[in-house]
Design a protein around this ligand. Structure first.
Ligand code: FES
Length: 68
């Protein structure tokens, strides 16, 4: 599923960026080699970042398995 329509950034791209250290939407855009366009995705992207971090802290092995 796409989180950012303008830049075709998917949930799995956000997850991968968070695993690589992204903690803010701007970090995700940077990790994907993109810049934000309309900004309409920022709230949803931040939510996915927070959920991924929470999941990673709760069960790191689950996140690793889900990304594979
Ligand atoms: S939907 Fe992400 S920048 Fe427009």
């Amino acid at each position: 599923m796409y989180v950012c329509i303008c830049r075709a950034i998917r949930e799995r791209d956000v997850t991968a960026a968070v695993r690589a250290g992204a903690r803010r939407p701007v970090d995700v855009f940077r990790a994907c080699g993109q810049n934000p366009q309309c900004g309409g995705c920022v709230h949803e992207m931040r939510k996915h970042i927070d959920e991924t971090i929470a999941c990673e802290q709760a069960a790191p092995q689950t996140l690793l398995a889900a990304a594979d």
